[in-house]
Design a protein around this ligand. Structure first.
Ligand SMILES: Nc1ncnc2c1ncn2[C@@H]1O[C@H](COP(=O)(O)OP(=O)(O)OP(=O)(O)O)[C@@H](O)[C@H]1O
Ligand SMILES: O=C(O)[C@H](O)CO
Length: 404
């Protein structure tokens, strides 16, 4: 017999960085649910935010496929990469991190003024070669800060210095950009629907611009950050003057800073910059699935004060609450603020006891399955008690011992 109140459980986790992909997290949680609610319908929706894993997950979720190819990596070297063709055949997904991600730049070589998004432009071209009319570009986890200059070059734009010579790759070169010759741009861009899934809070220029906010974590020194800021100012100016894009403000418009300014570069070609969760999760029909759930389980590596700032569990909880659904969040690490994520009714750490982080990362799947089982048993017990005695136990703050 299904449990009277938990017939349908939606499992909608993010990946756990360096431990579990979103799909592996969903499988691990589902295994825990199955132990407690053997007859419940479990609806797995591994969720992506546009960064690493986006193409793989969306291909899997829509019955689509991956197309493997070689393209130019962030340091100019060839890398093996892929894009996705979704179940609806006319839509391709280009995940920028798969060809220009930070993970493709060895730590010792990190210099965001030098890296290029050339490969992103190559993937867009390859996607158009398949006949796709709609190309969805996922942003996040990038290792670049070139404003999408490389992508524009790969798509046929010529970026010229004052003497008419083509600029070499890298955001820092954009201080020398004098004009853009768009005459060689791929003509298919005119008819293609180019959508960029971005975090709207990321902007190209100014105090909150990409050079200042993301430059340091991509390896820039303070002097390099200032140089890059100036280069991207010039980029916005020349792009606006020479391409006359429909986007009114390439400097500080929402999403212009996505993935080191790739948002701005593509917007200058007429791409639409859209809030990432809307455009990505529409592809998997998340809202309709949440609306049918008796319980929603979400998860991420670290649940903390960052979570409400546009992280996956917070957005899942916000949407679940539109339909009045209860939400339980599971996390590798419960940090400060874990209990204050709006819409999350209870959270539960996956560690049964203090443990070294390295071990917790390796044993992520097993720990997540066991923790799901524990949390559900407490919830079911709590629902039978006159007072919710279980709640306190479900929510204890927890960190791996090495990060205490
Ligand atoms: N299996 C695990 N056990 C314990 N802690 C984990 C585990 N997996 C991930 N974490 C913790 O989560 C952190 C990563 O957090 P998370 O996966 O939420 O990504 P993030 O860095 O917040 O980035 P984003 O969500 O923006 O991609 C790790 O540094 C680690 O502390
Ligand atoms: O790609 C990036 O620049 C960061 O992950 C923010 O989107």
């Amino acid at each position: 017999m299904p449990h009277p109140v938990l017939n349908r459980v939606v499992v909608a986790p993010s990946g756990f960085k360096e431990s579990l992909s979103a799909r592996a997290a969903a499988d691990a949680i589902a295994a825990g649910v199955r132990r407690v609610l053997p007859d419940a319908a479990i609806d797995r929706v591994p969720l992506v935010d546009g960064g690493e894993g986006t193409a793989v997950e969306l291909a899997a979720a829509t019955g689509g496929r991956l197309v493997a190819l070689a393209a130019t990596g962030p340091l100019g070297e060839p890398v093996g990469t892929h894009f996705a063709l979704l179940g609806a055949r006319d839509t391709a997904v280009v995940e920028m991190a798969a060809v220009a991600g930070l993970a493709l730049v060895p730590r010792a070589l990190r210099d965001p003024g030098a890296t290029t998004t050339y490969g992103v432009g190559e993937l867009i071209r390859a996607a158009l070669d398949t006949g796709a009319r709609r190309v969805l570009v996922g942003c996040g986890d990038s290792g670049t800060s070139d404003g999408g200059a490389g992508a524009l070059q790969a798509l046929g734009a010529r970026l010229l210095d004052a003497d008419g010579f083509a600029l070499p790759p890298g955001g820092r070169e954009l201080t020398r950009l004098a004009r853009i010759d768009p005459s060689g741009l791929d003509p298919r861009l005119r008819d293609a629907d180019l959508l960029v899934a971005c975090n709207p809070f990321n902007v190209l220029c100014g105090e909150r611009g990409v050079a200042r906010v993301f430059g340091p974590q991509k390896g820039a020194t303070p002097a390099q950050v200032e140089h890059l800021s100036a280069a991207l100012e010039n980029w916005a100016y020349v792009l606006t003057r020479d391409l006359r894009p429909p986007v009114p403000d390439l400097r500080t418009g929402p999403g212009t800073g996505a993935s080191g300014g790739l948002g701005a570069g593509l917007a200058a070609l007429g791409a639409r910059l859209l809030p990432r969760f809307d455009v990505l999760w529409d592809q998997v029909g998340l809202d309709a699935r949440l609306a049918r759930a008796d319980l929603v389980l979400t998860a991420e590596g670290a649940l903390d004060h960052q979570t409400p700032r546009g992280k996956i569990p917070a957005e899942v909880a916000r949407r679940a609450k539109l339909y009045g659904r209860p939400v339980l969040a599971l996390a590798g690490t419960l940090g400060e603020g874990a209990h204050e994520v709006p819409g999350v009714d209870a959270c539960h750490g996956i560690l049964p006891a203090p443990m070294a982080l390295a071990e917790a990362l390796t044993r992520g799947a097993e720990l997540l399955t066991d923790a799901t089982e524990r949390a559900l048993r407490l919830i079911l017990l709590g629902s039978r008690l006159p007072v919710h005695a279980a709640a306190a136990e479900v929510s204890g703050t927890q960190r791996p011992s090495s990060v205490r």
